[in-house]
Write a protein that binds this ligand. Structure first.
Ligand code: ATP
Ligand code: MG
Length: 333
């Protein structure tokens, strides 16, 4: 790692095993960015973020951290090339969030779309949950990151981060670069209920799910609601199964589109789902085997995370020194 390389940061919440949306929308892109050799990269497992929704059920978080670490590495992340670590191992994130909270107007947080949505769907109302995008801002800028590889759902959060950076730099002087989003080719994956595939909506297919579970979930997917009988013509542009087939069965996609839209009685939604389940199982079986193997050596995973945190802490503390100095805090005077 040299100073000239651009810095990237991204992370996932340990709210469950990773799913196809996490993979196609973010992780796949992370592996490519890592392998390009062009960046200094920090990949975080954001356990404090998980507390914003799962504060009553903290018992599973440690296990999920292991699961996600295995997901990361099985998908191709290499701890020799990138720092993989747990957010709560780098306490500087919390210090920076506290300082940022002083300059962040409350309405900026209240208007974040994922806040409004989760308030309605999950009934969340805590101060910590309102501050979620601010903690995310701290996660990113504490590494003075230039880029953040994420899915489309994260764009409003990143916009807020940029606004906060501008405000901070305006008040205290230039400390932080404004980070940019690095979107992947397939930025949005729908879940079984048509909403965004999400760990917390129970509408997801995990990369590490066994074949029978994948099959069951795929068969439960919504399709085009207007296609009731097999001979009805379908609308592929709004069908979530078709959206997934585009990714997992590109070789068949033209034929499926014409058969569905023309209402060919030989080809119905059940056949689409069976093909989709087969393709997902085929693609992710080697991944599942690798992650299961990694999970047999927890000590090794723990060591990887400890090494990653050590590297992350060096950069985070460097930033905090600049921040404390800019704020004229006691310790830097
Ligand atoms: P939660 O429900 O707990 O918020 P999540 O499934 O939305 O979990 P996150 O940990 O919030 O996952 O997001 C991790 C990364 O995965 C982010 O970069 C996000 O953009 C991406 N991502 C999550 N869901 C999808 C999706 N359905 N399609 C594309 N990308 C996604
Ligand atoms: Mg999310």
């Amino acid at each position: 790692m040299t100073d000239k390389k651009k810095v990237l940061l991204s992370g996932m919440q340990p709210t469950g095993m990773l799913h196809l949306g996490n993979y196609e929308g973010a992780l796949k892109n992370w592996v490519d960015l890592q392998n390009s050799g062009k960046y200094e990269i920090y990949f975080c497992i954001v356990d404090w973020h998980a507390l914003t929704t799962a504060y009553e059920n903290t018992a599973d978080i440690v296990e999920r951290i292991y699961q996600i670490t295995a997901d990361y590495i099985a998908a191709g992340l290499d701890p020799e090339k990138v720092a993989i670590f747990v957010q709560s191992d780098v306490k500087q994130h919390a210090e920076l969030q506290l300082l940022l909270s002083m300059i962040t107007p409350i309405p900026w947080l209240e208007r974040v779309p994922s806040y409004k949505e989760k308030v309605e769907t999950l009934g969340l109302d805590s101060y910590g949950f309102l501050g979620y995008p601010l903690l995310q801002t701290a996660d990113i800028i504490i590494y003075r990151a230039d880029g953040v590889p994420v899915g489309k759902d994260q764009l409003p959060h990143l916009e807020l981060t940029r606004e906060i950076v501008r405000r901070f730099n305006y008040i205290y002087g230039d400390v932080f670069p404004e980070p940019e989003a690095l979107l992947s080719d397939a930025p949005y994956i729908p879940g079984a209920d048509r909403r965004k595939m999400s760990k917390s909506y129970d509408n997801h297919i995990c990369m590490g799910d066994p074949p029978d579970k994948i099959k069951k979930r795929v068969m439960s997917y919504y399709t085009d609601e207007t296609k009731i009988h097999r001979g009805d013509s379908g609308h592929t542009d709004t069908c979530p199964v078709f959206a997934l087939l585009k990714i997992y069965a590109p070789d068949e996609i033209d034929k499926i589109k014409s058969d569905c839209e023309s209402g060919n009685t030989e080809w119905g939604c059940v056949k689409c789902k069976k093909l989709l389940a087969d393709r997902i199982i085929e693609k992710f079986t080697p991944f599942r085997e690798k992650r299961e193997q990694l999970l047999t050596d927890r000590e090794k995973l723990r060591k990887i995370l400890a090494d990653g945190a050590e590297r992350a802490r060096i950069r985070a503390e460097e930033t905090m020194k600049l921040v404390r100095k800019a704020l004229k805090m006691w310790s830097e005077q």
